[in-house]
Design a protein around this ligand. Structure first.
Ligand code: EPZ
Length: 422
């Protein structure tokens, strides 16, 4: 098994280029199923989750040429409508093929994704919305069997809860449905805006892009023809590097980033004493005189993202005073707490709130990554911990961070990937 070995205490400097957003690329890749013409995607991050979803397309019969950050996809040859357990169990986002497969082919089978380390993560809202659009859905032997022999029809969907993946699935399903679909209480993350713009650029009318109410006029079964898509910068990767600058009290510059997408993280870091220069698509973070404690609650965009909660906890572990961090989106997204405490942090957990008492120093130890963002928090802590930190189970990191140790090494960190000989 591979692990990362980090010798803490190095200041960082220089600049880092932010990759394309994994969570924007995944729905964009799924949306290519809506087309029977070739489409080219650029600025894809080089991460395992992207390769997994592209593999799923080829298993469905699509043709994919993928090299570096570019993929040429041709889904005219899809001849299977089944997303098998072996792929879906590797990556929950595979559920995103449900809406496009069903709306284009009138039937599909997608393995149920099951729970994961950060919580139960049901897909009931996806299924309820598809049923409202005329789908017949049965769950059998761990698979969602969905049918709409005469195609899906438009409907008024009111999501009980804001769901990113649910909104994406229904936007894609609605694009080829018959008539108008209105989604109320839609998610409005930048990744959803990118998906809507891709579909709107293919000639589908979508009103309300970037708001909580989307109105989509479907093509009644006619496949779409997409223009090429350049994936937006990864706001969570960008936020993670800002936290790397913050925790090491270093000045670093992020290139190819959209500041408006990471406003919530910048505001919180400002409240902790850090300052920023923002110009065009670059952001420079400057060290704080003293790291002040922070109080934050995770909530849907444009609020503070759950995907940045663990990284901020690592920074808060070194603040002068007590921070309060409340997780409202996922019931179990605190697995990093005990690992940060192994590094000398002082964090108490009660229900969905963590009280983080700042400590003067962290100390290197062996720690275990539990999910993607938790893993990056452990790497951040390792950058400042005295001595050596070994972060194990880094396959979580490889799912979503493009060349993390390469980028950190270029910034001056002492971090190397090693392999257990046992
Ligand atoms: C997306 O997951 C992201 N994944 C997650 O990023 C992110 O943490 C999450 O949105 C919230 O921002 C991708 O974009 C691929 P949701 P998703 O549906 O779509 C509940 C990362 O680290 N819910 O918005 O699965 C759900 O349990 C990952 O990159 C239902 O109850 O999230 C959660 O409590 C992790 N029923 C809340 O809604 C449903 O049918 C929000 O989940 C669907 C969701």
């Amino acid at each position: 098994m591979q692990y990362l070995e980090i010798r803490g205490g190095k200041k960082l400097s220089g600049s880092v280029t932010i990759s394309g957003a994994k969570n924007a690329a995944l729905p964009v890749i799924a949306a290519t199923i809506l087309s029977d013409k070739p489409v080219t995607l650029t600025n894809l991050p080089d991460v395992v989750d992207i390769r997994t979803l592209l593999t799923l397309l080829t298993m469905l019969g699509g043709t994919v040429e993928h090299k570096g950050s570019v993929a040429h996809i041709d889904n005219s040859s899809i001849n299977s409508h089944k997303a098998v357990y072996e792929i879906v169990s590797q990556m929950r986002a595979s559920i995103l093929v449900l809406g496009p497969l069903l709306t284009r082919f009138g039937e599909c089978e997608v393995s149920l994704p099951g729970g994961c380390a950060i919580g139960q993560r049901p897909i009931d809202l996806h299924l309820k919305a598809l049923e409202a659009m005329g789908a017949e859905i049965a769950i059998e032997s761990g698979y969602v069997h969905a049918k709409a022999p005469n195609g899906l029809h438009g409907a008024k969907i009111i999501f009980d809860k804001i769901t990113v993946g649910g909104t994406e699935n229904i936007v894609m399903a609605a694009a080829m449905a018959k008539g108008t679909t209105t989604i109320i209480n839609a998610a409005k993350e930048p990744e959803i805006v990118q998906l809507c713009e891709m579909i709107a650029d293919a000639g589908v009318s979508i009103k309300g892009i970037g708001t909580n109410e989307l109105v989509i006029e479907g093509t009644d079964g006619i496949p779409l023809q997409f223009k090429n898509v350049e994936i937006i910068p990864d706001r969570i990767e960008a936020g993670t590097y800002l936290c790397a600058g913050a925790i090491t009290q270093s000045e670093i510059r992020l290139e190819k980033v959209k500041a408006e997408h990471i406003r919530a993280s910048i505001d919180k870091l400002e409240s902790m004493g850090f300052s920023f220069d923002i110009s065009g698509d670059t952001i420079t973070i400057h060290p704080a005189e003293h790291i002040k404690p922070v109080s934050l609650i995770t909530i849907e965009y444009p609020g503070f993202p759950t995907d940045m909660q663990a990284q901020f906890m690592a920074v808060a572990a070194l603040a002068e005073g007590e921070s309060l961090i409340e997780e409202r989106l996922f019931e179990n997204r605190f697995m990093h707490v005990s690992e940060l405490n192994r590094l000398g942090a002082d964090i108490w957990l009660k229900g969905s709130t963590a009280a983080v008492k700042g400590v003067g120093t962290l100390h290197g130890a062996d720690v275990m990554a539990t999910d993607l963002r938790a893993s990056s928090a452990l790497v951040l802590a390792g950058l400042v911990a005295e001595g050596t930190t070994k972060v194990r189970r880094i396959y979580h990191l490889d799912r979503g961070y493009d060349n993390l140790e390469g980028k950190l090494t270029a910034l001056g960190a002492d971090i190397i990937r090693k392999k257990d000989t046992k």
